[in-house]
Write a protein that binds this ligand. Structure first.
Ligand SMILES: Nc1ncnc2c1ncn2[C@@H]1O[C@H](COP(=O)(O)OP(=O)(O)OP(=O)(O)O)[C@@H](O)[C@H]1O
Length: 512
């Protein structure tokens, strides 16, 4: 398939707000694509490059290349070029990247060049595209969308389901069944501001569970064969011998469990997420790593037991099954709210939340007890509650935006106050900025500018912004050795002098 066709449809989908028109446009595109191209088409439309990070940033892309007059580049050509780019290593990499990008861009029309640029800069963001693409695939193949959705949830991959469905027709869907041994996408949660709000929103009997800050794991046991998968369905069995041992001791031998891997220190408090992530991420000498930081799995759900799916059972019944398989110390701590209208029970749930935080955990999840497990979805029946952290930080510099944000100062460099009156950079963010905020800050930051290298504008440190974030994490890239997790701008604070911004001590203290 020509890239030009994809670019046209991408533009058409972005330009229409009618869901049915978007689906029809995508269905037409999928029907024309070779089944083998469909995976790439779906990825590019959603702004994903299957190769992941390919090391091509603005410094490589900024060079203008005369565009081709007529489209000739195929989707597969773009994929081949991205693969070659991803493989570049060693000295001279940057020059080689530039050469390959120039070669690719020279074959692309102006529209294709713009699309490739936005794709590689992470600016092709089509809200909820995967959900629409799924319906487009269903329409193109003449299969019910609900059946395609279920197949995707069980297989974990829309591109794979789409390829088989478009090549073989609706009968291919029967192949996608829940099986012990093949991972499914986990259920995710929505956010609520407080436990009281969450219980009220669910409006039904529910359970409040500890939210443990570790690595999500799905543990499959089929007889003696035990497999552990991450949230993105990578097999990490070899890295977690503790979890394999635990699964071997359970009372069943054909099940799928959902849980979180954490580590506790000598006093029983959870160790920081990053320590767990680096232990789980490391393949070298697992036994030595295990001796230094032993991990434990804590389970909160069951997707299959005795070889049969339990996904569609209500949460209360799944918990009964879980309690039969998994001994209590390996189950998440929980408090049941039988009656959401009982102020006494809601107060007890709030107390459970406070106690969970005191014990060093991240927050809680409030889950409806009558709801099924909806794999691969951010379900409305799971609501997470975490304390909100905010800081007032000072803008030290800002980067010029690209694509839709061209001509606007976007990515902000954020600093906290140090005792000597200087500022310590904590990270960057362009999240949370509305168009209006972008316009306002561009004007204000231009007034404060001291230098502009065409990429970054350094400013006098005078503008304060209120930043929400999910936690402080270690980062060798920043001078204080820490950065903020999921920083996003809540509002500009032109009323607040920089001398009253938060200090680096406050930031370090908020690590808890
Ligand atoms: N008791 C629990 N029930 C469900 N998920 C839990 C529980 N304890 C910890 N978790 C973790 O919390 C996550 C729930 O939040 P969500 O599904 O929104 O994931 P997320 O996008 O990674 O968000 P967050 O960064 O808040 O963890 C799960 O993915 C899981 O890893």
């Amino acid at each position: 398939m020509l890239l030009a066709r994809l670019v046209d449809v991408s533009r058409e989908v972005a330009a229409t707000s009618a869901r049915s028109r978007k689906i029809a446009a995508l269905a037409g595109l999928f029907a024309d694509a070779q089944p083998d191209d469909v995976a790439l088409v779906i990825s590019y439309l959603a702004g994903r490059v299957p190769q992941g990070r390919i090391g091509v940033g603005w410094s490589v892309l900024k060079e203008a290349v005369p565009p081709a007059a007529v489209p000739s580049l195929s989707v597969a050509d773009a994929d081949a070029a991205f693969t070659r780019l991803a493989e570049i290593t060693g000295s001279g990499s940057q020059a080689e990247r530039k050469r390959l990008v120039r070669e690719l861009m020279a074959r692309a029309t102006a529209e294709e060049q713009e699309f490739v640029m936005r794709l590689l800069m992470g600016e092709v963001r089509q809200g909820a595209l995967d959900a629409i693409a799924l319906e487009g695939v269903a329409q193109a193949a003449g299969a019910p969308a609900a059946d395609v959705r279920r197949a995707v949830m069980l297989d974990g991959s829309l591109p794979r389901v789409a390829r088989d469905l478009l090549a073989e027709g609706p009968a291919a869907l029967e192949r996608f069944q829940l099986r012990v041994g093949s991972p499914v996408l986990p259920m995710l949660a929505h956010t609520a501001k407080s436990v009281t709000e969450a219980v009220g929103a669910l409006g039904t009997a529910c359970v409040v569970e500890e939210k443990l800050d570790g690595i999500r794991v799905q543990v499959h046991r089929s007889g003696e064969d035990i497999r552990i998968y991450t949230r993105s369905l990578d097999d990490i069995t070899d890295r977690l011998p503790e979890v394999t041992d635990a699964a071997r001791q359970m009372t069943g031998d054909r099940f799928i469990l959902d849980g979180e891997v954490i580590a506790l220190d000598a006093t029983g408090r959870p160790v920081p997420f990053q320590d767990i992530a680096s232990r789980v991420g490391s393949r070298v000498d697992v036994n030595a790593a295990r001796a230094v930081l032993p991990l434990s799995a804590v389970f909160f759900d069951v997707l299959a037991a005795d070889g049969a799916p339990t996904l569609d059972l209500p949460g209360s019944e799944r918990h009964t099954v879980l309690a039969r398989l998994v001994p209590e110390p390996m189950r998440v701590r929980r408090a049941v709210v039988e009656d959401p209208a009982s102020s006494q029970q809601v107060a007890a749930a709030e107390e459970f939340f406070s106690e969970t935080l005191r014990r060093g955990h991240e927050g809680v999840l409030v889950k409806a007890l009558d709801a099924p497990y909806v794999a691969g979805r951010r379900g409305r029946s799971w609501l997470k509650v975490k304390p909100v952290h905010t800081l007032d930080l000072v803008v030290l510099a800002a980067e010029w935006g690209h694509g839709r944000r061209t001509g606007l100062l976007s990515n902000l460099h954020l600093g906290a106050r140090a005792a000597d009156g200087t500022y310590v950079m904590l990270g960057k963010t362009f999240k949370g900025l509305t168009d209006e905020m972008l316009r306002w800050q561009t004007q204000r930051l231009r007034e404060l500018a001291v230098n502009d290298d065409g990429f970054t504008v350094t400013v006098r440190p005078e503008l304060v912004v209120e930043i929400a974030f999910d936690g402080v994490q270690r980062s060798p890239r920043y001078p204080a050795g820490v950065t903020l997790r999921f920083a996003r701008v809540l509002r500009h604070r032109p009323d607040k002098p920089a001398q009253q911004a938060d200090t680096i001590e406050q930031v370090l203290d908020s690590r808890g």
